[in-house]
Design a protein around this ligand. Structure first.
Ligand SMILES: [Zn+2]
Length: 418
């Protein structure tokens, strides 16, 4: 009998699966649209996303905690709200495509004479020091660290030196590696710009606006669905923030990271709003993840639900593909639950692979694990390699395993709660 009852929700879900993915697509496209400004720190992007999520919670019928849907906190963040211009010999470089600024880059408005430092100079301490001494007094000098195809160790060294040199002058670091942007909470003394090799001549004019916000206010968006019993909770989490804008015209949409997981959190909320769970199910959309897991850290320090009552937590981050299955972080910490996931996956013939991974500090599950809450973090694997770049767009998402993952999560939710 029990088996029979368990099949019903799966059937309902299968019928509504297409509608579910369509709805997720609409939500992801919205979260990635220019009006959300990359859900970061310029033009209130993350705040606009928080309001949108609260309105979706309301529509779905999620319950508020006493304090409401929001949990506010603040942190320091470096932002790029205005000009983002690098011009060399009349050629204007394209932000995000030709170059990215280091997240800790300060404002810079300068015409620079450029001094090239080849890899052989970098590797020779004496030559490097000689070059630096030579231009020590010249305020108009910037350095270019010449890019090339070096080994991993040399690349690492070049990166380190480029960072160190910002103590004395603006630095351009030529690289053919993929641009991967992030968020900083402080500024360096001088600008650091990563760019494609061969774009600069012997001079460049740089106009970059940067503002270090000491107390940026952000909000976690939290709600729940009451179950039949309240002594245990199942928690779904996903961060909704991303990197925001790098200048007035360039933004990072963050489709896979993590509009996709945010949409899946809402899909799960919708499911449980129509199918009353055995125990309470909570939903936390975190802010400040990209700035250093700040929203989840704040929640764990100021929990709106007793951490001890959390039977299990599932963090969803990067859920937009899945052609090659999913990876489960903390699988080795919770082997029974991981086995259950694999069992359900093969029973229902859902994903090509449910891959085991040990603990990692790479998303919001981390602080919960540290606090002793049983938690896993699931991410999808597939051909989409866009990550923290301007090409992580809605159009690039396949949603290849979206239905399969939600089916897996629903069945797993039942198993883990009983
Ligand atoms: Zn993420």
């Amino acid at each position: 009998m029990r088996k029979f009852f368990r099949v019903i929700p799966i059937l309902i879900l299968a019928i509504s699966a297409k509608a579910q993915v369509d709805e997720a697509r609409i939500r992801v496209e919205k979260l990635c649209s220019p009006e959300f400004h990359g859900r970061g720190y310029v033009k209130g992007g993350d705040s606009i996303a928080a309001e949108y999520l609260a309105s979706e919670y309301q529509k779905i019928g999620l319950k508020k905690f006493k304090a409401g849907y929001f949990q506010e906190f603040s942190f320091a963040v470096n932002t790029f709200p205005g000009e983002m211009k690098v011009v060399s010999e009349g050629h204007e470089l394209i932000p995000g495509v030709d170059f990215i600024v280091d997240p800790a880059c300060p404002a810079a408005h300068k015409d620079l004479k450029l001094v090239r430092l080849s890899v052989s100079v970098i590797l020779n301490e004496k030559q490097l020091i000689d070059s630096l001494v030579k231009y020590k007094e010249d305020q108009s000098v910037g350095y270019i660290l010449e890019g090339g195809k070096y080994g991993a160790d040399t690349n690492k060294l070049m990166q380190q030196v480029s960072r160190d040199l910002t103590a004395v002058a603006p630095v351009f670091y030529e690289t053919e590696e993929k641009f991967t942007w992030s968020v900083a909470n402080s500024q360096t003394s001088n600008a650091l710009i990563q760019l494609r090799p061969g774009l600069l001549s012997n001079s460049a004019s740089v106009n970059i606006d940067a503002v270090l916000i000491k107390e940026h206010k952000a909000r976690n968006v939290i709600a729940y669905i009451p179950g039949k019993k309240h002594n245990k909770k199942l928690v779904f989490t996903a961060h909704y923030d991303h990197l925001g804008r790098m200048g007035a015209t360039t933004y990072f949409p963050g489709a896979n990271d993590n509009a996709s997981g945010t949409a899946m959190l809402l899909t799960m909320a919708e499911y449980f709003s129509k199918n009353k769970p055995e125990y309470d199910v909570c939903f936390i959309a975190f802010a400040g993840e990209e700035a250093g897991l700040i929203g989840s850290n704040y929640f764990v320090k100021h929990p709106m639900i007793k951490l001890k009552k959390i039977a299990f937590l599932i963090n969803l981050d990067i859920m937009g593909s899945g052609e090659e299955g999913i990876t489960v972080v903390n699988a080795t910490v919770h082997p029974d639950q991981f086995e259950e996931l694999k069992k359900i996956n093969s029973e229902l013939d859902l994903l090509s692979l449910v891959k085991e991974r040990g603990p990692a500090t790479n998303s919001d599950h981390y602080w919960f694990s540290e606090a002793g809450v049983p938690a896993i973090f699931i991410y999808t694997m597939g051909p989409n390699k866009h990550y923290h770049d301007v090409d992580d767009t809605y159009q690039e998402l396949s949603f290849a395993a979206y239905e399969q993952i939600t089916s897996l999560l629903i069945r797993f939710s039942e198993a883990v709660q009983y």
